[in-house]
Write a protein of this length. Sequence first.
Lengths: 625, 611
Amino acid sequence: MKSEEKKERIEIREAFHLNWRAIGIWWKHYPLVFLSSAAFSLVNALTPYVGIWLSARIINELAGARDPNALLQLVIAALVSAALLSFLKAVTERWRNAQHAEKHVKVYKILTDKFLTMDFCLVDAPHTQDLYAQIRQNMQWSGWGIRRIPDNFEAVINALCQIAGAAALSVSLFTQMVPESAGTLVVFNHPSLVCVLILPLLAVTILSPILTTKADSYYASCADGAKKGNRTFGFYGFMGYDRRRALDIRMYCQNLLCQKYFLHSDNVFTTKGLLAKFARGKVGGLYALSSALSYVLTGLIYVYVCLKAYGGAFGVGSVTQYVGAITSLTGGMTKLLTTLGEMYTNTPFLRTAFEFLDIPNQMYQGSLTVEKRSDRNYEIEFRDVSFRYPNTGAWALRHVSARFRVGERLAIVGKNGSGKTTFIKLLCRLYDPSEGEILLNGIDIKKYNYQEYLSVFSVVFQDFQLLPFSLGQNTAAAAQYDAGRAETALQEAGLGKSSPLWKNGLETVLYKQFDDNGVEVSGGEAQKVAIARALYKDAPFIVLDEPTAALDPIAEAEIYEKFNEIVGDKTAIYISHRLSSCRFCDEIMVFDHGSVVQQGTHEALAADEAGIYHQLWNAQAQYYQ
Amino acid sequence: MQNETTETKASKPKYGMWSNSAFMIRTAWQTCKSVLWLCLAQAALAVAMNLFELFVAPAILQAIEDAVPIGRLLWIILLFAGGLMITGTAVSYVNLNTIFGRIEVRMNLANDLHQKFSTTSYPNTLDQKFLKLLENAKRAVGGNSDPGEAIWGTLTLLLQNAAGFLLYLAMLSALDPILILIALLTTLIGYFSSKQINNWEYRRRDEEAKFNEYLYYLDQKSADITLAKDIRIFGMGSWLNDIYNKTIRLYHVFRVKAQKIYLWSNIIDIVLTFLRNGFAYAYLIHLTLENGLSASQFLLYFTAIGGFTAWISGILTQLSTLHRQSIGISAIREFLELPEPFLFEAGEAIPPASAYELKLENVSYCYPEAENETLRHISLTIHPGEKLAVVGLNGAGKTTLIKLLCGFLDPTEGRVLLNGQDIRSFNRQSYYKLFSAVFQDFSLLAGTIAENVAQADQEMDMAKVQRCVELADLTETAERLPQGLNTHLVRSVYEDAPDLSGGQTQRLMLARALYKDAPLLILDEPTAALDPLAESDIYQRYNTLSQGRTSVFISHRLASTRFCDRILLIDGGVIAEEGTHEELLALGGKYANLFQVQSRYYQEGGAEHEI
């Protein structure tokens, strides 16, 4: 389906619209990129003409009167103007370079901003991730997409200035007449002969960028094929550097597979690939043809200008001026058209980028605030909730009803894949139920402001992540934090002062990724920091998803024993494979195939020998009796 | 050259510039010869093109000045335009075609690096020096503009500039040598002074790389599905944003500073150009006025002087680029040549045997740069067919023990013996063939489930795959997937890949170990991510799974150890206790204590009231 979209004819209007929008985005975020570009292009395009004009005057003088005084003045003018203009060019260029340096970073920032403000279910959607991957790929492959906009803008300004300057310098070519004494060459005075030059000039200027744009489109047509190859290569080409894979790679000789992908014959970028084939054939031919055409034109310009000079219309010095100016004129026009062609070719890539940036947030958000109750008297209720992940047929949750109040300890148990984590995702409104509703203090949670609603929860997910920044920042999940609270939270979570993580207090950087003085974090320590992060947030509901999986028996027992204390007057929801943890809970919900099949206290459930809980419990307990 | 002092203060590259160029030429000769031919063609065409451009205007002007017959004038124009067209067209065709071979050579080098790292003696992967060198070497083959590919452009330009220099020198020799001297002098001064300045950024490239690493990391994390949950629950968006903005700000300051400094090199250049051109004008105009030089010759010489300086600075610039790139190439070579502490091809083959006995003889191990030994004086014999359990707290050294057994680490003291022979004498790769292992960290392939089980993308024994999948209790999961065992895994490569849960992945790894069917089975915490029923199920199957094999089972869940013939409790780097489950309980030591801690929650009327 995607390739069909690509092949679709791009409307000029759409190309214009999307490019305009992309320019708008850049202008809004980074106006200096454009201003510096414009200043630089202006100076850069006009500088050569001053030189061309002055040196033509010098040569004319040398070929003519050879007046030392006039020569002296001209030479001084040439030297001084060259120096001044070079200086101006250097200043604008440096300014432009400084503004343009982080272009890729700037584009990524626009994209990541979108990610950070997107509904979770959209981040989780394969389509979103796929679009993002496409955008990255397009950008890395050849800078297609939004990244290209400033370059195109600069090229257009540059070309326009170049054309204007060249036109100004070449007008007199047509106004200066061959004197009658030149005989047959007088025909050059005839206006229709101007067409002899103008027509091929137009033809070549238009044709040659059409050829290159056509040639580029062959490359662009490889983008889809390149994507697949790139993905596989992106995996196998770097797999070996992942040190967590080191043991397996050696034990199962996986390096041989990697090698195969490295030296794969159909790698799109190497000599045997499709791109190379195009370059040797069609694309190479088109490029060569386009370049040949422009030299034919150079020849024509020479003939026209030289014959006029030969006829005596102007001096030999002016020949250099006119040839230079007209060559530059066609050059400028070619550049303009090529850039426009490029902007046209860029359209599908922009389309992808905007498809990503335009993904609308779908979750309805109310404006209610969550009442901040000092007694933390919150109540949550699931009312006949069912849920299906987008684009899947099977129900992940089916007709789940549950109610829990603040201060309770709730355990959720069940086999792998029974819907436990999905339940938590709905509770935290990472997803909305497909059917039924979830209520906070009797009001549908959709009616609350999302941020407000989230403020009620702290969650330690099974696959939580710590970031390679300071311990304090990780605890607070923010750049600024309250040191006292962070320390208390860490201590409550059991991260004793003897841990190496305290090396520099809260300033200790976790992991060595960005800081050689960083401290590597063991699984157990990471879990404690994650729990501390949940405590620091101090939300009335705290959810722990398998909090002890990475811990050894002693550490596990420690967490269990401190559990009540850690959680305090908060509501705790506890997901675990270790049923031993259920003994601490007031209530246990047993999930099976997306439904709550049992609910009650440990004693009641364990006694029900037909129930799944009894089975689960005994599976573990048998080893300890 | 003087620039070496600034660039290599950390560590001097082992190989010089010409040695590295020769290395690259050799590599290209072996992998893709066309790269070399195209370089030569590119340089030759560029010089030809330059000569046409130099002569076209003066020659035509001369003809007009001399008022040659029109026909002749047209011929001259045709000659030059034709020459320009042919060379220009060839240039654009050749330029377009150079990149592919160059990529191929770079990919070959990248593959060598990747292979070296994936197969190198495991302790190397823990060695900071080794990793540092790897980083440098990797950076040299990362992209089109990195030394492993860009060196071809440099060598081509060097050749082209050298040829151009000689041709122009011959041409200008008709003029006063002082002119050549001045051109030479101003170019040299300009080059060396701006080189000092332009090196600013290069000297700080690590700083810049750091910015990019940071930003790349933040990009990744913002799009990370797993972290997305944490980001929303804890409002981490503004944290990431703060760090992002701060980094961009610092990066911008860095770039602005660099550009401000570079402006000085522009200024120096402008002054020198002013002087050189001033002198050239004065000299050539003097010749014209006094010696009757024609206007077209004036134009020719004036352009040639400009061209001459361009060739000189071209040579100097390319030499310094080459020198810089050579450091990267040297890193590649040095990395590839790093010594291997283990024997591979040079090692002995494993003598075929019906049973394998592993023995640790007074083994100690200390990680590089660690203060204390992780394991101390361990002596242990694992008999053929024995089921051994290794238990202990996190960080007790269980995994290190396994790495020693599997031959990933060599003991710092003592020996590991296979049927009485030190494993150090064997080809380590064939030693690895003796093991089927499931480690805590695993390496999933971007391929089908079946490929992951068989660890091959062809010549799979599908019946065996199915048997192993069945044994690992993965059949039901596989059947539920639309393409069954042919379902592709790894979402980053296959968009429709399913997400396997931790438990399912662990079963897959188990199936893989079974498929390999090696005499020694190693299971490192294979049930951590499984639910109780599945865990219990694996324990029950354990006897079947390890049938006819020697097996080592590592766990901190003591329940698992019941199925083993012998249990080792590792504590403080030594074997603290050893025996069967019953023996150890009767001993009343650490094992008994650990067991008590874990079991009390499972015993009726347990610990709930203690809290």
